[in-house]
Design a protein around this ligand. Structure first.
Ligand code: AMP
Length: 454
């Protein structure tokens, strides 16, 4: 009996935790292609990369994302301080795995005094985020985001010319949206749809007035709403507009619209964003119900959807969040950014049949070495070809020619480099084109020249 338990435990088959998954080749080639494309577009818009840590003080997310949001109240992976932790300053801090990146980037902006850098500061980051959501297609507990943020500390004299500042903000908003649309365009993501909205300006009270009015209207129809929406009337009435419940749709359609309640400044800024998008040839659709889930957004919000994703079809969400840096203890700073959901982006590309680089890992050349004599030459040839950036497969054991060619074919190689006694004696390799079986004999420099040109 006593022996049985550990044996059973030893036989346990481990699996990835629910809501997490392994990303495997050849899919990872597409992931890399997406990331390379994003990096190249970011560079062309003057963005630099930041790599914040994957966990931070829980308080940072509570303050930045909002304690009332689902993300903070239910979905974070949080660790209490351990009694054994080293007696350092942050030992009593409860920490959480990051559910999103904006809070960390704003924290880093303050911590590294980036307000002293030439403004605005344009940053991007990529990596895993963690939310304890109910897993389904396109929704994971560890998922990946490609995130970009523009931060600009407000100059003391900025208040003197509000119109100029608003016009500048509109240009920044439009350029950020143009940038993310450029990434999707380069990747040939089909049926991309951009929706925009303005949710007003909290400090200017137009949002507060609207939210009060919305709450009053929602209270009148409270009994007809589902439990989630009923709860949100108190906690965050704007989120009711997000509801996907079918029976709530006709009720929501009659609610007051924020566009009718924007103050003059917000109205002017929203109009300018639309003009700037048109100037850049970026197509958009207005959606007055687009409010975004996170508390810190203001004025411009946007969401981008793509095909093939079912109900989880948002591949990117973003918006303006002036004031967040200040809320975290920094100087008055404007901000706008977005997060692309990389998992969903990849799913959508794959659904559209795009897996462009799926064959990139297959070798170009398979080295078929066939006698002990040829082994050293094979090792050196592999080294030289790889140094020239050529993908090479070198089998660890000697193989008969037929077997070697069969394996080369299975791996998807285009050429077999045949090395036997004859080739070693002659100082020339036999290069066989696997598609048509033709062969040529080449010295190593000629071989390199030939393969590099492919
Ligand atoms: P958010 O940070 O909530 O604004 O989300 C930005 C984007 O990240 C969304 O549009 C999704 O594409 C993606 N995303 C958010 N949560 C998840 C999740 N649990 N699994 C996969 N992608 C997600």
């Amino acid at each position: 009996m006593t022996d049985a338990a550990p044996k059973k435990e030893q036989r346990r088959k481990f699996q990835a935790i629910r809501g997490t998954r392994d990303l495997l080749p050849p899919d990872t080639a597409l992931w890399n292609q997406v990331e390379e494309t994003a990096r190249s577009v970011f560079a062309s818009f003057g963005f630099g990369e930041i790599r914040p840590p994957a966990f931070e003080s829980t308080d940072l997310f509570a303050r930045a994302v909002g304690g009332e949001t689902d993300i903070v109240s239910k979905e974070m992976y949080t660790f209490a301080p351990s009694p054994e932790s080293a007696p350092d300053e942050s030992a009593d801090d409860t920490i959480s795995l990051r559910p999103e990146a904006t809070a960390s980037i704003c924290r880093a902006y303050i911590e590294h005094n980036m307000q002293q850098l030439p403004q605005p500061v344009k940053l991007y980051c990529m990596g895993p985020m963690f939310r304890r959501e109910r897993p389904q297609k396109g929704r994971y507990r560890q998922f990946y985001q490609i995130d970009a943020e523009v931060l600009e500390t407000v100059r003391p004299d900025a208040a003197k010319d509000t119109a100029k500042e608003l016009a500048k903000d509109a240009v920044v908003d439009a350029e950020v949206i143009e940038m993310v649309m450029t990434i999707f365009d380069r990747l040939k993501l089909p049926s991309v749809r951009l929706e925009i909205n303005s949710i007003g300006h909290a400090a200017d009270n137009c949002r507060r007035r609207y939210v009060e009015k919305l709450r009053a209207e929602l209270l009148k129809v409270k009994d007809k709403l589902g439990a989630d929406s009923q709860r949100r009337i108190e906690t965050s009435p704007l989120r009711v507009l997000d509801s996907k419940l079918e029976h709530e749709q006709p009720i929501i359609a009659t609610l007051p619209k924020i566009a009718d309640h924007l103050c003059d400044e917000c109205k002017a800024q929203y109009a300018a964003v639309k003009r700037e998008l048109e100037l850049r040839g970026v197509f958009y659709k207005e959606n007055w119900r687009l409010v975004r889930g996170l508390d810190y957004y203001m004025r411009t919000t946007f969401e981008i959807t793509a095909q093939g994703l079912g109900s989880q079809n948002a591949v990117c969400g973003g918006g303006r969040y002036d004031g967040l840096v200040e809320l975290l203890g920094g100087p008055p700073t404007k901000g706008i950014g977005f997060a692309i959901g990389e998992d969903r982006l990849i799913l959508s590309l794959q659904e559209a049949g795009i897996s462009a680089l799926a064959t990139r890992h297959s070798p170009l050349v398979y080295i078929a070495w066939m006698c002990a004599n040829a082994y050293a030459a094979a090792v050196h040839a592999a080294k030289d070809l790889r140094a020239a950036g050529i993908r090479v497969e070198l089998p660890p054991v000697e193989q008969k020619l037929g077997k070697a060619l069969e394996r080369a074919d299975k791996l998807g190689a285009q050429y077999a480099l045949i090395l036997g006694d004859n080739e070693v004696a002659e100082g020339k390799w036999t290069l066989k084109t696997l598609a048509d079986g033709t062969q040529q004999k080449l010295t190593e420099p000629k071989l390199l020249d030939f393969l590099k040109k492919l």
